[in-house]
Design a protein around this ligand. Structure first.
Ligand code: HEC
Length: 172
């Protein structure tokens, strides 16, 4: 009786593996980017990311909140990020790259991350986000530059006029 049960479990696992393998080989897994992520996919990726951030994203921003540092953050953003995350115009001016990515990158002037701890933004910028178009910037930017970007993202809805002026000139 126990032997039968074990064989049943093993047979079920084998059938699932064979079906999974067949689905991959026969082209039944959706691989197109012109779609919106489904609920299961969004839940699994989002929950995994949140859990990893809670475990790994630490530290407070060593870059001081000054006009100069915010301007530096805007400039870095304009150079490296605006193509995907947009300008001061937000969603209405999303670039062709942003419109075609799966999942879509948030346009920060519309859907900002001011609520997120800066350590979370730092982690995401440094390491990137797997299964999305969000690159890791570790090889292009140093920690100081990444914290400067995190500072700008934290304060982008309440920029002092010096930084606001530069922000209005950023194009994608
Ligand atoms: C090639 C496109 C691309 C570029 C360039 C890019 N990102 Fe992203 N980024 C994405 C995508 C796509 C996501 C959404 C990931 C997701 O859905 O979880 C994302 C997510 C993020 C998030 C998390 C947003 C949230 O709502 O939690 C932050 C923060 C971020 N990016 C910052 C940056 C910064 C700063 C730069 C520039 C140094 C940058 N990104 C450059 C594509 C890009």
């Amino acid at each position: 009786m126990f032997r039968g049960f074990v064989l049943g479990v093993v047979a079920t696992i084998i059938v699932i593996l064979v079906l999974g393998f067949a689905a991959v080989q026969l082209g039944l897994i959706p691989v197109n980017a012109d779609a919106s992520p489904g609920r299961l996919e969004t839940w699994a990726a989002g929950t995994a990311l949140d859990a990893a951030l809670r475990r790994e994203a630490q530290g407070s921003n060593p870059v001081e909140l000054t006009d100069d540092n915010l301007v530096a953050g805007v400039k870095l953003y304009g150079r490296y990020c605006a193509v995907c995350h947009g300008t001061a115009k937000g969603v209405s001016a999303a670039s062709p790259v942003a419109k075609g990515l799966y999942p879509r990158p948030p346009q920060f002037a519309t859907h900002g991350v001011e609520d997120d701890p800066e350590s979370f933004s730092f982690w995401k910028i440094k390491h990137g986000i797997r299964w999305t178009g969000m690159p890791s910037w570790e090889s292009a930017l140093n920690d100081q530059q990444i914290w400067t970007l995190a500072l700008f993202l934290k304060h982008m809805d309440k920029l002092p006029s010096a930084a606001q002026e530069v922000w209005q000139t950023v194009t994608n």
